[in-house]
Design a protein around this ligand. Structure first.
Ligand SMILES: [Zn+2]
Length: 140
């Protein structure tokens, strides 16, 4: 059996405890953040499927911490269209004002497939009818 410790007061805590019974530390939030950290690291995984999956989950979690990473990926040397596509679809799911800026940058992407997708998503966002399910269906 694994033993868990509160990261604030170092008391032993049950694995499913939401809040530390000793000091009130929000363990749930901590776990969520640790999970997010792993996903953010997985964006640079050597296996493309892992990178794609990490981007998708970060989008579903509406992770604002992922946005700066997504900008770097879009503006970097990434050439895997399926990964870039997963990143753009994740950006759309994160309700943060920066997402428009990120899509605008992506619409200047050297890959025609990426720039066209970004433009389509921008039109959808501007018209207020982003249907993420519609895009998800085309993923992978
Ligand atoms: Zn504690």
């Amino acid at each position: 059996m694994l033993t868990y410790y509160c990261p604030q007061c170092w008391s032993e805590v049950a694995a499913n405890e939401r809040v530390c019974p000793h000091c009130g530390y929000p363990l749930d939030e901590f776990r969520q953040q640790a999970f997010e950290d792993k996903l953010l690291a997985a964006l640079h995984h050597t296996l493309p499927e892992r990178r794609i999956m990490a981007a998708q989950i970060l989008g579903n979690l509406k992770s604002e911490r992922a946005l700066p990473e997504f900008i770097k990926i879009i503006e970097g040397n990434e050439e895997d269209y399926f990964f870039l596509r997963a990143v753009l679809l994740a950006v759309v799911k994160i309700p943060h004002p920066d997402r428009i800026k990120i899509l605008q940058r992506a619409s200047q992407h050297p890959s025609r497939l990426v720039s066209d997708l970004a433009k389509e998503l921008l039109v959808d966002l501007n018209e207020g009818h982003v249907n993420v399910q519609r895009w998800d269906r085309h993923t992978g």
